[in-house]
Design a protein. Structure first.
Length: 144
């Protein structure tokens, strides 16, 4: 499994736990937002979609207002994509019924892609992708 990249954390960010497979970070902006970062291949999401070994899941560790979470999620996902050029997806999973977190993910630039079931939870997966992925022409077959 590919190790997590060194995350470029800007002003207001601190890495509070360095571990494999989870790194914990903290953002102090409009409140304190604590987030976890891990490879999707080693998370509960590994069997929910065609996971790449470089896909990253970002998940919340504390309750915060959606606008604060959205800002932190946007900044962290941008940092993840800069840190790992092979990352195709930064994924956030909102539990069914968490409309505020779904809205926060969309405010952070994530788009909803699929609803999935994992043991004990129904989730909606949101993704942020680098430009090289989102610009792929899905209607064109390579070599055709």
């Amino acid at each position: 499994m590919t190790a997590l990249p060194e995350l470029p954390l800007g002003q207001g960010w601190a890495q509070t736990n360095v571990g494999d497979p989870v790194v914990q970070v903290r953002f102090e902006g409009e409140g304190v937002v604590e987030l976890g970062v891990r490879r999707c291949i080693s998370s509960r999401l590994r069997d929910t979609y065609p996971v790449s070994s470089h896909d990253i899941e970002v998940f919340g560790l504390n309750d915060v207002p959606p606008h604060a979470f959205a800002r932190a999620l946007a900044e962290l996902s941008e940092g993840v994509l800069k840190a790992d050029p092979l990352c195709r997806r930064v994924v956030f999973a909102a539990s069914a019924g968490q409309a505020d977190m779904a809205l926060a993910a969309e405010m952070a630039g994530f788009r909803p892609v699929v609803d999935v079931d994992v043991p004990g939870a129904e989730l909606r997966l949101f993704v942020a992708e680098p430009v090289w992925v989102s610009n792929i022409d899905l209607q064109r077959v390579p070599g055709a």
